[in-house]
Structures are given as structure tokens and as C-alpha cells.
Design a protein. Structure first.
Length: 139
């Protein structure tokens, strides 16, 4: 009895590209937020990371660095490292507001739960990165 499963690469590649594109869209908006509303980034860092007085210059610098990582992730450049950095960034932003998960129906806390499926998608992209070749430099 043969237990080998054969999977067509084409649907897998398109599925992984869809996940990569979806994650990119969310992260790209986060990058834009750093440039268009640096005060929001400062407020987030103060509320969740205990970093007060984050300057606009530092916020812009964070936006540039994060933007380069996010673009590398999108195009598949240095896929292992770009995806790992995306995974670490999103993991931290998912677990940092842990107290919000214990009061899901208070304020906008329910929105924080959307981070978990995105985290799962990034884990899948990291684990399956060698198959994520559609529109990717890291074939």
C-alpha cells in the first residue's frame, strides 16, 4: 500500500501567493500609518511597549526599516530572513496586548483576535517558503 500523496504545485503556489499578498497588504498599511500618522505609532508604542516620547524621526525610521522588510517579503527577496522577521514582528504585536484577549467584548478588543489567523498564515508561509515561488525572486 502506497501512502504517498501527490499535490499539484500550481494550486499550492497560488495559495501561498494569496497568503503572502494578504499579509503584505496588512503590513503595508502599518508602514503607511507610520508616515501618515506618526502620532498613532507613538501612542501604540507607549500603550503596548512602554516606550514614551517616540519622536517623529524615529517613527519614520521604523517605517523605512519595516517597509524594506515588508517589500522584501512581498517579492520573495531573502525569503527565509524576510519571512522570519515578519513572523517575529507580527508575533510580538500579537502577544503584547495579551490583556485585551481576556476582555474580548470590552471596547474594540475583539479586533485583536484577527491577529491570530494572520499569525498562522505567516507561520505557514515560513514553513512552506520553498514552495512559495509565484511572483517571487527567491525561487
Amino acid at each position: 500500500m502506497n501512502n504517498t500523496i501527490t499535490v499539484s504545485r500550481e494550486p499550492l503556489e497560488w495559495s501561498l501567493f494569496g497568503l503572502r499578498l494578504g499579509v503584505f497588504l496588512v503590513l503595508f498599511v502599518w508602514v503607511l500609518d507610520k508616515f501618515l500618522n506618526p502620532g498613532h505609532t507613538a501612542a501604540v508604542f507607549q500603550a503596548f511597549y512602554a516606550v514614551s516620547d517616540l519622536s517623529t524621526t524615529i517613527t519614520y525610521l521604523l517605517g523605512v526599516v519595516q517597509g524594506l522588510i515588508v517589500l522584501s517579503f512581498l517579492v520573495g527577496f531573502q525569503k527565509r530572513w524576510a519571512t522570519l522577521l515578519i513572523l517575529l514582528m507580527h508575533f510580538l504585536s500579537t502577544v503584547t496586548p495579551m490583556a485585551r484577549y481576556f476582555n474580548p467584548f470590552e471596547g474594540a478588543n475583539l479586533l485583536f483576535f484577527a491577529a491570530w489567523p494572520m499569525l498562522a498564515a505567516i507561520v505557514a508561509l515560513y514553513l512552506l517558503r520553498e514552495f512559495d515561488t509565484k511572483f517571487s525572486l527567491g525561487k
